[in-house]
Design a protein around this ligand. Structure first.
Ligand code: NAD
Length: 261
C-alpha cells in the first residue's frame, strides 16, 4: 500500500514497536518524524538510513513525552517541516512493576504521563489541523493490558485501559470528519521493554533468561511465540489505509490468543 505524500509523527520510534512502525511507514512512501530517547549518533544513523532507503523525508524531534509543552512543539515542528501531520502514532511507553502498596508514586506519575496523558496532549495538538484538512489517522498503541489486567502493573494497566477509553471518545468525536482514531493491542513483543521484565524474572527466580522467556509466554500467550514488531507495524499500516476508513474507536488485537482465553 502507498502512503506517498503523507506525513506521520511516530512517538517513541527510536526502538522496538515504534521503530518498526516508522520503518513500515517510510517504506510506504510516508515522511516520518521520529521521536524518542537514545544515543545521538545511533538516532542520526537511523534517520538517514530510513530516508535514503525509501526516498522520503525523515526528521527527529527529541520531545520528552512526559512534558506537554514539548509534545505541542513536536506536533508544531512536524506540521511546519512537512506542511501538515496526516498520521499520528502515539506509541511511546514505559513499564514498571511492583505490588500496588509498594508501587512508588513517582513511577505511577511517570507511567500515567508518558503512557496516557502524552496521547491526550498529542491528539489535542494535532487534531484541529487534521479536521481542517478532512483527513487524518490517529493510531494509539495500547496493549492487551488495555483490555485485561496482570498483577504488579497497576499504572501500566490503568494507563492502557485509559488509552482504550480515549480512543473510543476521539473516535466518536471524529466520526464524520475524515479523521479516524483506533488502537492496537499487542501481546508480548520482544523489545527492550519486555526484555527487562524477562531478565528481572530470571534474576528473581534464579533461572536462565531463556527459561524465564518461555515461562512468560506460557503464562499468557497460547501461541507461545512473541508478537513481532513488524506484525504491529502491518496493523498500523492497515489503520492508515483507506481500507480502514470505516473503523472508529476500535481495538485491533494481535496477541497470540492471550485475550481469547
Ligand atoms: P521500547 O522500550 O522498545 O520503546 C519505547 C520507546 O519509547 C523508545 O523509543 C523510548 O525512547 C521511547 N520513550 C520512552 N519514554 C519516553 C519519553 N518520556 N519521551 C519520549 N520517548 C520516550 O518499548 P516497546 O515495547 O517498543 O513499546 C512501545 C509501545 O508499545 C509502548 O506504548 C508499550 O506500552 C506498547 N506495548 C508493548 C508491548 C511489548 O510486549 N513490548 C506490548 C503491548 C504494548
Amino acid at each position: 500500500m502507498s502512503l506517498k505524500g503523507k506525513s506521520a509523527v511516530v512517538t517513541g520510534s527510536t526502538s522496538g514497536i515504534g521503530q518498526a512502525i516508522a520503518e513500515a511507514f517510510a517504506a510506504a512512501g510516508c515522511n516520518v518524524m521520529l521521536n524518542g530517547f537514545g544515543d545521538k549518533t545511533a538516532i542520526a544513523r537511523l534517520r538517514e538510513g530510513m530516508a535514503n532507503k525509501n526516498g522520503v523525508r525523515v526528521e527527529y524531534h527529541a520531545a520528552d513525552m512526559s512534558r506537554p509543552a514539548e509534545i505541542a512543539d513536536l506536533v508544531a515542528k512536524s506540521q511546519a517541516a512537512f506542511g501538515g501531520v496526516d498520521i499520528l502514532v502515539n506509541n511511546a511507553g514505559i513499564q514498571f512493576t511492583a505490588p500496588v502498596e509498594k508501587f512508588p508514586a513517582e513511577k505511577w506519575d511517570a507511567i500515567i504521563a508518558i503512557n496516557l496523558s502524552a496521547t491526550f496532549h498529542a491528539v489535542h495538538a494535532a487534531l484541529p489541523q487534521m479536521k481542517a484538512r478532512k483527513w487524518g489517522r490517529i493510531i494509539n498503541v495500547a496493549s492487551t493490558h488495555g483490555l485485561v489486567a496482570s498483577a504488579h502493573k497497576v499504572a501500566y494497566v490503568a494507563a492502557k485501559h485509559g488509552i482504550v477509553g480515549l480512543t473510543k471518545v476521539v473516535g466518536i468525536e471524529c466520526a464524520d470528519t475524515g479523521v479516524t482514531c483506533n488502537a492496537i493491542c499487542p501481546g508480548w513483543v520482544l523489545t527492550p521493554l519486555v526484555q527487562a521484565q524477562i531478565e528481572a524474572r530470571a534474576k528473581a527466580g534464579g533461572i536462565a533468561v531463556e527459561t524465564a522467556s518461555r515461562a512468560l509466554l506460557a503464562e499468557k500467550q497460547p501461541q507461545l511465540q512473541f508478537t513481532k514488531p513488524e506484525q504491529i507495524a502491518a496493523l498500523a499500516l492497515f489503520l492508515a489505509s483507506d481500507a480502514a476508513s470505516n473503523m472508529q474507536g476500535a481495538q485491533l488485537v494481535s496477541d497470540g490468543g492471550w485475550t481469547a482465553q
